[in-house]
Write a protein that binds this ligand. Structure first.
Ligand SMILES: *Cc1c(COP(=O)(O)O)cnc(C)c1O
Length: 396
């Protein structure tokens, strides 16, 4: 038995069965490359689902975490530390806005804090979007439309209306003077990379402002450079004129692999949560915040936003194929539609050829590689792409 087979069997007996059988047992990573427990090599074009912005084992991240852990690891929230304060300041500076930041440990937790902030408006109605994904805790799940995720856990916190994504008229019809907030992703990630019309975010801002509702952007997947801007809502493809939301939630890429979430409330929204109304033991801890600061610093020093933009264009152009009906996305968040519902076969064929990609729906493929992916690595995947589609039995 290989090490990988053995660990998979032991996983099946000891780890709770929430994810099905793992496709690989991974043992090591460097940059955009990972190795499984049997020593096979893969190019990681999913990046831990849009998390590993700096790839694996980036020296600056190792240095920042090691140095911080050797100096001060965890303190309770009776105290603060330099990295916590610096990270909050840095995030606000990247937004160019005044506001306040609540730090937590995951995406769903960042959204729980934002959800609680919306309740502090004195209103309870929230409008969310069909196909949107906001996490698996009860509050975040209440804002997530997918029936398979929701139904086993009903009843969820209520007063949520779902509207078609990208449809400003539907939003207009759903938002009233009793609406606390509208929550949406600037690009829907888990749905397979849905990019809304370029006037959508501006329309959302206009409608929410008119009704006194908060505009909440879930940038957990799209934030921190993924789309070629620090935040997707700063991308001219999504907002030709600047749009300023009230709430922004971040997680995935922010810690470069360390668990961290951030709820950013701009302007007056920053004062809605008052002392004693929310908390977390680990949130804002020095190690996770030092990691996030390192990610932001390296992204700047290594011009990773420009890289995401350029590499994204290169990949999108190269993925075009008669068997691909559409390629979408901004920067290194890329989705494509296959001519047939064979995404599982395509992902399996890619894995067999040494490439990790994702099949979020039966006819869609998603890529969210590390921003440190090299041109040569991208080209290697593009050269293999037609053969992967052949192997998966795709037809034009
Ligand atoms: C992944 C994701 C979440 C949930 O984040 P977790 O860290 O898994 O809890 C929420 N919103 C969006 C847009 C995501 O992509």
């Amino acid at each position: 038995m290989t090490t990988q087979n053995e660990l998979t069997v032991r996983y099946g007996a000891a780890v709770m069965n929430t994810f099905g059988t793992p496709r690989l047992v991974l043992a090591k990573g460097e940059g955009a490359t990972v190795w499984d427990a049997d020593g096979n090599e893969y190019l990681d074009l999913l990046g831990g689902i849009a998390v590993n912005l700096l790839g694996h084992a980036h020296p600056a991240l190792i240095e920042a975490v090691t140095q911080q852990l050797g100096t001060l690891g965890h303190v309770s929230n009776f105290f603060t530390s330099g990295p916590q304060v610096e990270l909050a300041e840095r995030l606000l500076a990247l937004l160019g806005q005044d506001g306040r930041v609540f730090l937590s440990n995951s995406g769903t937790e960042a959204n729980e804090a934002a959800f609680k902030i919306t309740r502090r408006t004195g209103r309870t109605h929230v409008v969310a979007t069909e196909g949107g994904f906001h996490g698996r805790t009860m509050g975040a799940l209440a804002l997530t439309s997918k029936a398979a995720y929701r139904d086993p856990f009903a009843p969820l916190p209520g007063d949520v209306t779902f509207v078609p994504y990208g449809d400003a008229a539907a939003l207009e019809a759903a938002v009233t003077d009793q609406t606390a907030a509208v929550v949406l992703e600037p690009i829907q990630g888990e749905a397979g990379v849905n990019v809304p019309p370029s006037d959508y975010l501006a329309r959302v801002r206009e409608i929410t402002s008119r009704h006194g509702a908060l505009m909440w952007l879930d940038e957990i997947q799209t934030g921190v450079g993924r789309t070629g801007r620090w935040f997707a809502h700063q991308h001219p493809g999504l907002a030709p004129e600047p749009v300023t939301p009230d709430l922004i939630t971040l997680a995935k890429g922010l810690g470069g692999g360390l668990p961290i979430g951030a709820t950013i409330a701009l302007g007056a929204a920053g004062d809605l949560l008052q002392p004693g109304q929310h908390g977390t033991t680990f949130g804002g801890n020095p190690v996770a915040t030092a990691a996030a600061l390192a990610v932001l610093r390296v992204a700047e020093e290594e011009s990773l936003l420009a890289r995401a933009e350029a590499l994204g264009e290169r990949l999108r152009a190269g993925l075009a194929d008669p068997r691909v009906s559409e390629v979408r996305g901004l920067g290194l968040l890329i989705g494509l539609d296959l001519a047939q519902e064979r995404s599982a076969e395509v992902a399996a064929a890619a894995l067999g050829a040494g490439f990790i990609i994702n099949n979020p729906t039966p006819h869609r493929i998603r890529l969210a590689p590390p921003l440190v992916l090299t041109d040569a690595q991208a080209d290697r995947f593009l050269a293999a792409w037609p053969g992967i589609l052949d192997q998966a039995g795709l037809e034009a």
